[in-house]
Design a protein around this ligand. Structure first.
Ligand code: SAM
Length: 282
């Protein structure tokens, strides 16, 4: 049964980390003219009003996008953050207020060119209904169904380039292994694909299964970025950090993201830190 709803977490530190990485990857991909198919395997609703009942319950955006928004003038000197925050401003109903946080479908659709394609998979009927109501360009396809199965069925794609975001809720422990398997299968079909995978950093360390699965499956060129909020307390079980893997990362992504994450971690608190490295090299 699907119970996760992203509206409870919209705009939190993990969203910032994930969407900033996605934004940077898209930036790099758009330096070339050839068409791109984007596939978002776990799309969610698309856009989240921060005053929605679900989001107001935890207000996780207060330790996520809100401090960045408040500091946006000071952050304008950092090129990646400046571009990201300027895009974020476009989705707000009132110019100076942070009232909405956009999800991955919006970040992808916003920079879609007429030659590109975007497929959004969402399995939860209610979440898919929300997504179906979003105003999106004609070259966006919304599919009510399983994202990992859908991904495999749709490959290869007709465009010269492919970029995939895999962002599950990891409600089931088996999802870590399922994601690894789906990625290995997809990369066999489209070797040059750029794939982004998000994972939570939990005290239980479940993401190690995903990382080991990809390495042991023989996948190369996997870059890893991890944003840690704090060391977990002795009895803590919740998320203490956010991880991103990028398979076949565009050249220069590591430096750009590291530069942007420095002020982000400073705004997230004294114990926050960011590190990036090659999980598997060439
Ligand atoms: N990618 C979104 C973003 O960045 O705004 C957030 C996605 S949220 C973490 C995960 C979403 O995946 C939820 O909306 C959930 O309903 C959906 N989901 C869960 N299992 C799925 C599956 N097998 N296929 C597609 N979507 C699924």
């Amino acid at each position: 049964m699907l119970s996760y709803q992203h509206a409870y977490h919209a705009g939190n530190f993990a969203d910032v980390h994930k969407h900033l990485t996605l934004f940077a990857v898209i930036d790099h991909l758009l330096r070339k003219n050839s068409a791109i198919t984007y596939i978002d395997t776990h799309a969610g609703r698309g856009v989240y009003p921060l005053l929605a009942e679900e989001t107001r319950k935890l207000r996780e955006y207060r330790q996520g996008v809100a401090p960045l928004w408040q500091a946006r003038q000071a952050l304008a000197a950092e090129p990646l953050l400046n571009g990201w925050l300027a895009s974020l401003a476009e989705v707000q109903q009132h110019e100076s207020e942070l009232d909405h946080y956009p999800g991955s479908p919006w970040w992808l659709a916003q920079r879609l060119r007429p030659v590109d394609r975007l497929m959004l998979f969402e399995l939860h009927p209610g979440e898919h209904e929300h997504l179906a109501r979003q105003r999106l360009p004609d070259n966006v396809q919304r599919i009510h169904g399983d994202g990992l199965q859908g991904l495999r069925r749709r490959l290869p794609v007709s465009t010269p380039r492919l970029c995939v975001l895999v962002d599950p809720s990891y409600e089931r422990k088996s999802e870590y292994a399922e994601v690894a398997e789906a990625l290995l299968g997809s990369m066999r079909k489209v070797r040059h694909a750029v794939m982004l995978v998000w994972y939570p950093l939990l005290p239980a360390g479940r993401h190690h299964e995903l990382l080991a699965g990809l390495r042991d499956g023989g996948l190369r060129k996997i870059w890893r970025s991890e944003l840690t909020l704090r060391e977990p307390a002795a009895d803590e079980r919740g998320m203490v950090g956010s991880g991103m893997l990028v398979v076949n990362p565009p050249w220069g992504l590591d430096e750009r993201l590291a530069a942007a994450m420095a002020p982000v971690t400073a705004l997230l608190g004294e114990t926050a830190s960011h590190r990036s490295d090659w999980w598997v090299g060439e």
